[in-house]
Design a protein around this ligand. Structure first.
Ligand SMILES: *[C@@H]1O[C@H](CO)[C@@H](O)[C@H](O)[C@H]1NC(C)=O
Ligand SMILES: *[C@@H]1O[C@H](CO)[C@@H](O)[C@H](O)[C@H]1NC(C)=O
Ligand SMILES: *[C@@H]1O[C@H](CO)[C@@H](O)[C@H](O)[C@H]1NC(C)=O
Ligand SMILES: *[C@@H]1O[C@H](CO)[C@@H](O)[C@H](O)[C@H]1NC(C)=O
Ligand SMILES: *[C@@H]1O[C@H](CO)[C@@H](O)[C@H](O)[C@H]1NC(C)=O
Length: 415
């Protein structure tokens, strides 16, 4: 019996996380969609990468340059069945662009859809996965954003979605080239429950919109539990509400909840709103993909996406996202207390003020450390990660948060 048992243990396939060696921390980079939509070309991509490098953002970790939808002709090559890059946008082809991006020190990412067409109506990769994966690998692609449009009804249950996305995962693996696999399934069929064995990250909502809290019928879901239409034009607060319960579903060697690309720099939000957007994305360990024209970015917006302390927390190896400890109604919206442990024993603590009134709040350490009571009575030094002011913490901390703003601290043990 004992031998049988050992034999079984050794041969039962264990459900391992997606094993392409990538995604040990959330991906960072730039994606063309939020700012440029379909209006892309090789020149635009090169100049975006040039600005990102010049502004020091590559050095901060923004390493993937990802070109989104609309790079192809509307029909595949009739002989090879490959997708054909639009020669008017890419006169020297995609390999040439990929080489240029690599020469600048970046990694190169592209886009397709697990559907008959991409969202903008270009050829999708459904049922062409092997051909397309091989093509991408031959172009030196390091990252694939994989959308969900025109999926031909092969969705609606987790197993249907899993099967459809697994085909591309295997095709990418077969190329022998490690390619970061970024699912863009908008949270349909709950990818946080099944995508970790086939992908490195998964979107949890419809597309982001450059607005803090505007309700929009095109983004009808208010919770991650919503079944059905995920929509688009989702505000920052809409996406935050969906993300809060999902912290438990993201970790290294597993994969990341993708709250969508950043809108910082696109002009639709105030400084304090972009601070909330960036802080929450960073501490929930969402991918940090810039989505703006970096060359035209104000110094103030640049300072937001350059916050080293928050990037360090986002990229801290071996830690999970911060958790929401409570959400309370306040004014015309909600306030949220988040906290999470970091790899060196420090903690990140944040108070998000979704409301349009100023907030003063006495935060109790029994709430911050609700699952780790032993820490609640310790003395901490709290450093504010936006002002760099420090204060000592003994059972409570008073927070002052601007309308739509967020205060975030790194707590270190007091010596
Ligand atoms: C392919 O998958 C195998 C098994 O999970 C893994 O060991 C290997 O590193 C993967 N290769 C690539 C290129 O992703
Ligand atoms: C498209 O991009 C080009 C070059 O960046 C720019 O001159 C043009 O204004 C853009 N068009 C639209 C409609 O945004
Ligand atoms: C891209 O193509 C152009 C035109 O043929 C060439 O001058 C350039 O060196 C190529 N760039 C790379 C990185 O191969
Ligand atoms: C904050 O709350 C604590 C109890 O958690 C209380 O002891 C303290 O006096 C309060 N501080 C202020 C300034 O209200
Ligand atoms: C922030 O404060 C810490 C010590 O509290 C100091 O080491 C660090 O240099 C400061 N950072 C900035 C940007 O001023």
């Amino acid at each position: 019996m004992i031998y049988n048992f050992l034999f079984l243990v050794a041969t039962i396939p264990v459900a391992l996380a997606h094993d392409n060696g990538l995604g040990l921390t959330p991906q960072m980079g730039w994606n063309s969609w939020n700012k440029y939509g379909c209006n892309i070309s090789a020149n635009d991509i090169i100049s975006a990468a040039t600005s990102i490098k010049e502004k020091g953002l590559l050095d901060l970790g923004y390493e993937y340059i990802v070109m989104d939808d609309c790079w192809a002709l509307k029909t595949r090559d009739p002989v090879t069945k490959q997708i054909v890059p639009d020669p008017s946008k890419f006169p020297n082809g995609i390999k040439n662009l990929s080489d240029s991006i690599h020469d600048m020190g970046f990694k190169w990412g592209m886009y397709s859809s697990a559907g008959k067409y991409t969202c903008a109506g270009y050829p999708g990769s459904l049922d062409y996965e092997e051909i397309d994966a091989t093509t991408f690998a031959s172009w030196g692609v390091d990252y694939l954003k994989y959308d969900n449009c025109y999926n031909q009804g092969r969705s609606g249950t987790p197993s249907e979605s899993f099967k459809r996305y697994e085909v591309m995962s295997k095709a990418l693996n077969s190329t022998g080239r490690p390619i970061f696999y970024s699912l863009c399934q908008w949270g349909e069929d709950g990818p946080w429950n099944w995508a970790s064995t086939i992908a490195n990250s998964w979107r949890i909502s419809g597309d982001i919109y450059d607005n803090f809290n505007r309700y929009d019928d095109r983004c009808p879901c208010e919770s991650f539990q919503c079944i059905g239409l995920q929509g688009f034009d989702c505000s920052v607060m809409n996406i935050i509400r969906k993300a809060l319960p999902l912290s438990q579903k993201a970790r290294d060697r597993d994969g990341w909840n993708d709250l969508d690309s950043l809108e910082v720099g696109n002009g639709g939000m105030t400084y304090d709103e972009y601070v909330t957007h960036f802080t929450v994305w960073a501490i929930l360990k969402s991918p940090l993909m810039l989505g703006n024209d970096v060359s035209a970015m104000s110094d103030q917006d640049l300072s937001i996406v350059s916050n080293r302390d928050l990037i360090t927390i986002n990229q801290d190896r071996g830690t999970q996202p911060a958790y929401s400890k409570w959400t309370k109604n306040y004014g015309d919206s909600i306030i949220i207390l988040l906290s999470g442990e970091l790899s060196n024993g420090d903690w990140v603590v944040a108070l998000v003020n979704g409301a349009s009134q100023q907030l003063t709040y006495n935060i109790s350490m029994t709430d911050v450390f609700i699952d780790n009571r032993i820490y609640a009575e310790k003395r901490w030094v709290a450093r504010d990660l936006w002002t760099n002011e420090t204060s000592s913490v003994n059972n409570f901390i008073i927070s002052n948060v601007k309308p739509h703003g967020t205060q975030v601290w790194r707590f270190s043990k007091s010596s």
